[in-house]
Design a binder for this molecule. Structure first.
Ligand code: NCD
Ligand code: ZN
Length: 367
């Protein structure tokens, strides 16, 4: 078996880059390993107009331009902007974004109200956003789904482990039935129910799904290994082993409508190690490596390039990267947090200090 693998430079279908000092600290890490990425709009305040997306894109590119050291390597990185499906988002803004020359909008992200970090601007149910959805269907704007039910019709909270299951059983079929031409991406799938649904209904260019390295690597045994593990705390929650196994089997099939979306979601140490640990796993320093490790474990490294570098761009109507990266099978460890210019520590998963303890990554991106 080969000890190195070369693939086209990956595409991250789902990343959180934040703003300000945090953005400047984490963006170069994504740009080093991914040639392009779909940037989530759940900043504070949210990105809900094309004008705001233009400003946000400028901030991302400025962070890369001013970043020392990797400037050359990341020169071609392209952030692909999205809008947040808030109550203020209008059909007119969708029209404006879909073919905008300065800053094309690649998708609209829906967060269920209250379910996750900065979801306070979302709808309780995606089905309430009728006019915007109709316009998106008409102009071919993809809908990116945080596919969980958080509040039921009486505004009562559902069990957080059931959120995705309920969404798949009830909301998603109704959505697809009402808007049959809408392009949809089910983000960060984490359950056997989502796997069943995608196996049955997934369609290249029409209904796709993304998978995180976190849901492929961990189940809830690790999330509670020896105690509660804040660095693995995210939405959708890390599930039972049976769910993880189904998600792993799915990526092994090499289906054209399943792609890598890291959901790398950095938070300051103070918010992770706190009385109310925020949702979000920071994984960009190890994401490409962990995906490769999982595909190696599954004996399907031949499927890695499509998953990481081809399927995502194709859904968004883009060419894959013309560059390649090479990974070698080599053990390494990460022990340090990323530190912002304001001296805030941001801990990635899989580090030896605050991870699960002495974790080793088995693949390494070659310089
Ligand atoms: C994300 C974040 O921190 O922005 N957190 C997470 O747990 N995945 C939001 C999201 O994608 O749900
Ligand atoms: Zn996310």
């Amino acid at each position: 078996m080969s000890d190195t693998i070369t693939i086209k430079k990956p595409f991250d279908s789902h990343v959180h880059l934040r703003r300000g000092a945090m953005l400047r600290a984490v963006t170069p890490i994504t740009a080093e390993k991914f040639y392009s990425a779909i940037v989530m709009p759940n900043t504070e305040p949210p990105i809900e107009t094309v004008e705001q997306a233009v400003e946000y894109k400028k901030e991302i590119l400025a962070a890369l331009k001013n970043h020392q050291g990797v400037a050359l390597m990341v020169s071609a990185f392209e952030p692909l902007m999205t809008l947040y499906l808030t109550k203020k988002l209008t059909p007119a803004e969708i029209e404006k974004g879909v073919s905008n020359d300065v800053c094309k909008i690649y998708g609209v992200k829906s967060y269920p109200y209250g379910a996750t970090t900065n979801s306070q601007w979302g709808f309780r149910s995606i089905l309430e956003a009728k006019d915007v959805l109709k316009k998106m269907e008409e102009v071919g704007m993809p809908l990116l789904l945080h596919g969980e039910v958080h509040l039921n019709e009486n505004n009562e909270e559902e069990d957080p482990y059931d959120g995705e299951k309920l969404f798949i059983a009830d909301v998603l079929p109704r959505l697809l039935e009402t808007y049959p031409k809408l392009k949809v991406s089910l983000e960060h799938m984490s359950t056997s129910q989502a796997v069943d649904f995608m196996e049955k209904n997934g369609k290249d260019g029409q209904l796709v799904a993304t998978v995180t390295p976190t849901h492929l690597m961990y189940d809830r045994r690790q999330a509670f290994s020896g105690g509660y593990r804040p660095l693995l705390h995210m939405k959708p929650l890390i599930k039972r082993r049976e769910h993880k196994e189904r998600v792993r089997e799915l990526v092994k099939k090499g289906l054209p409508f399943i792609s890598a979306g890291t959901d790398s979601a950095p938070h300051p140490e103070s918010k992770k190690f706190s009385s109310c640990c925020v949702f979000g796993v920071f994984n960009s320093p190890v994401a490409v490596e962990l995906y490769t490790q999982v595909f190696d474990e599954l004996g399907c490294l031949d499927k890695l390039e499509n998953f990481m570098s081809m399927n995502g761009p194709r859904f968004y109507g883009l060419e894959p990267s013309s560059e390649t990266i090479t990974l070698a099978k080599k053990d390494w460890q990460t022990s340090e947090p990323v530190v912002t210019e304001e001296d805030v520590k941001v801990w990635p998963i899989c580090n030896t200090q605050h991870g699960l303890g002495n974790e080793t990554v088995h693949w390494q991106v070659q310089a």
